[in-house]
Design a protein around this ligand. Structure first.
Ligand SMILES: Cc1cc2nc3c(=O)[nH]c(=O)nc-3n(C[C@H](O)[C@H](O)[C@H](O)COP(=O)(O)OP(=O)(O)OC[C@H]3O[C@@H](n4cnc5c(N)ncnc54)[C@H](O)[C@@H]3O)c2cc1C
Length: 341
């Protein structure tokens, strides 16, 4: 982006001129300079990253089940926000329910799931009661919680935490922190914490009357979730329409619909304005309902509803494992095997 020339350059060499610009590039993973984190951990910011993480997990389960079933595996999740909590909850279900179907030779007790969080609680944006519920639920599902613990280094075989302890890990999942992509710093817009772009109360980039920033990339006090991005995008569009017709712009009024986090099947936490925070099955159902409502197209909504209902009712009978690339001895091509049952 060249704000002086009012142009956007594309990868293919094409240049687009703009009168007004909306920056909605989102953010990427922040490793906070922790040595080894970028090299040895799996982030969850893109679909490709999530698939790579899943492939690594199942490849490791296959390898351990085949070659050294007594060993078990260990997963460390770094970050106890909604992403880390959901990940820990899902992995505990994989271990407690599905693992004995796919890998009966592995003892579920030897699959270790450790959630490391530097704060003294999980889910910082939530009220203390819901944070405690989350910690209790994960602990009951067999997740080891390491609160008030900071990861200092990530290695190929595990992590080192602040007191020098080494936690062995076959897989390290990085669910902690976000920042603007490096390319953003070349655009000349004012950047604040995490490289996010500084905006005024109308989401206009400070010092640039014809440029707006919305969603995760905009530095606002709002949480980095979908609602501020959706509402911010609409607001920026309306401001541009107002500017084009010579009308005054307005500040962005965020309609806070509340926050939700899911822990696993039948378990979540919900904090909705004017309603006391609630947890468990009702919060989980609200979470599912909202995710279905926000899908595009009725066909998707209906098929997802049917699919999820069947999986909810018959979940112990229908676990699904999707195994990606399984490492083979040196010199042989890796096999791509996908299996479901
Ligand atoms: C694992 C995970 C789980 C989440 N779960 C939830 C949830 O349950 N509920 C919730 O509300 N929020 C959730 N969030 C947060 C939510 O996804 C974000 O807050 C939201 O997507 C932000 O929207 P955005 O439009 O700002 O950015 P994004 O949705 O990230 O969109 C930005 C887009 O811009 C593209 N882009 C970036 N740079 C460039 C460039 N230079 N040129 C062209 N295109 C570019 C990107 O590829 C991307 O498609 C989750 C996030 C993660 C990582």
């Amino acid at each position: 982006v060249d704000p002086k020339a009012q142009t956007v350059g594309l990868e293919n060499g094409e240049t687009l001129r703009y009168d007004y610009l909306i920056l909605a590039t989102g953010v990427t993973t922040n490793y906070f300079g922790v040595p080894g984190a970028a090299e040895h951990s799996f982030a969850l910011y893109t679909r490709a990253e999530a698939l790579a993480m899943r492939d690594r997990l199942f490849a490791r389960l296959e390898e351990v089940a085949t070659n050294r079933p007594a060993a078990g595996i260990s997963v460390v999740i770094v970050g106890g926000g909604p992403t880390g909590v959901e990940m820990a909850g899902s992995l505990s279900e994989l271990r407690n329910v599905a693992q004995s179907v796919f890998y009966p030779e592995l003892d579920p007790d030897r699959t270790r799931i450790v959630l490391v969080e530097m704060a003294e609680h999980l889910l910082t944006p939530f009220i203390p009661r819901l944070r405690k519920y989350t910690a209790r639920t994960l602990a009951k599902r067999g997740v080891e919680l390491r609160l008030s613990t900071t990861v200092k280094e990530v290695r190929g075989d595990g992590v080192i935490v602040n007191d020098g302890e080494f936690i062995l890990a076959d897989l390290v999942i990085w669910a902690s922190g976000i920042k603007a992509a490096d390319v953003v710093s070349g655009w000349g817009f004012p950047q604040g914490k995490g490289g996010r772009i500084e905006v005024d109360d109308g989401l206009c980039v400070k010092g640039f009357d014809n440029v707006f920033a919305v969603g995760d990339i905009a530095l606002t006090p709002l949480p980095q979730v979908a609602q501020p991005a959706l509402q911010g995008g609409k607001h920026a569009g309306r401001q541009i329409a107002a500017l084009v017709s010579g009308e005054p712009t307005k500040p962005f009024n965020y309609w806070d619909k509340g926050i939700l986090a899911v822990i696993g099947r039948s378990s979540g936490v919900a904090q909705i304005k004017h309603v006391p925070g609630f947890a468990g099955l009702p919060a989980w159902l609200v979470w599912i309902f909202i995710h279905i409502v926000y899908l595009l197209d009725n066909r998707n909504r209906f098929s997802t509803l049917v699919n999820l209902s069947v999986r909810y009712i018959f979940w112990r009978r229908h676990p699904v494992a999707i195994v990606g690339e399984v490492p083979t001895p040196a010199g042989q091509a890796p096999t791509q095997s996908t299996s479901t049952s």
